[in-house]
Write a protein that binds this ligand. Structure first.
Ligand SMILES: [Zn+2]
Length: 151
């Protein structure tokens, strides 16, 4: 799948790259469609959790450059395979999603510097947040199931 025309990977600082929008979106807009690689049993550096015990990479691969934010501007609809705008997005804005929306237990937890008023601080996956994770929009069905199971 070709790079979506609305998205671009740009250099960020010395060594990092991130995904930015090349057009504006309103809340509820589809930012792009995506597909998933063949399912993997083990998470990798650029995978996304798609079920309780399955992971995959997003296609096109530029989507792996989406940063985490606790006040994200997109959500992933894994069923419809669409990236949905959760707020208005300006041209040039970094595309961000809430990693615990898909990840139960992250292989590489990190400290968040997003600056959102309700920043969760340490990003470890939904398991660390418990039912609190449901305050965010677009929480994946498999995460909702795991929360309700009380895992
Ligand atoms: Zn944060």
């Amino acid at each position: 799948m070709a790079r979506p025309s609305a998205l671009q990977v740009v250099a960020y600082g010395e060594h990092a790259r991130r995904l930015v929008s090349t057009q504006s979106f309103a809340r509820g807009d589809t930012v792009t469609v995506f597909s998933l690689s063949a399912p993997l049993a083990v998470p990798g550096r650029h995978t996304l959790q798609i079920q309780e015990d399955r992971h995959a990479t997003l296609i096109p691969s530029c989507l792996s450059y989406m940063d985490h934010s606790c006040s994200p501007n997109v959500g992933l609809d894994l069923g419809k395979e669409q990236l949905i705008a959760l707020k208005s997005i300006a041209i040039g804005a970094p595309i961000t999603y809430f990693y615990p929306a898909t990840e139960w237990r992250m292989a590489a937890p990190f400290s968040c510097g997003c600056g959102a008023p309700d920043c969760i601080g340490r990003v470890e996956g939904a398991q660390a947040l418990g039912a609190d994770v449901l305050r965010w929009e677009c929480i994946s069905i498999h995460i909702q199931r795991l929360i309700h199971k009380g895992s």
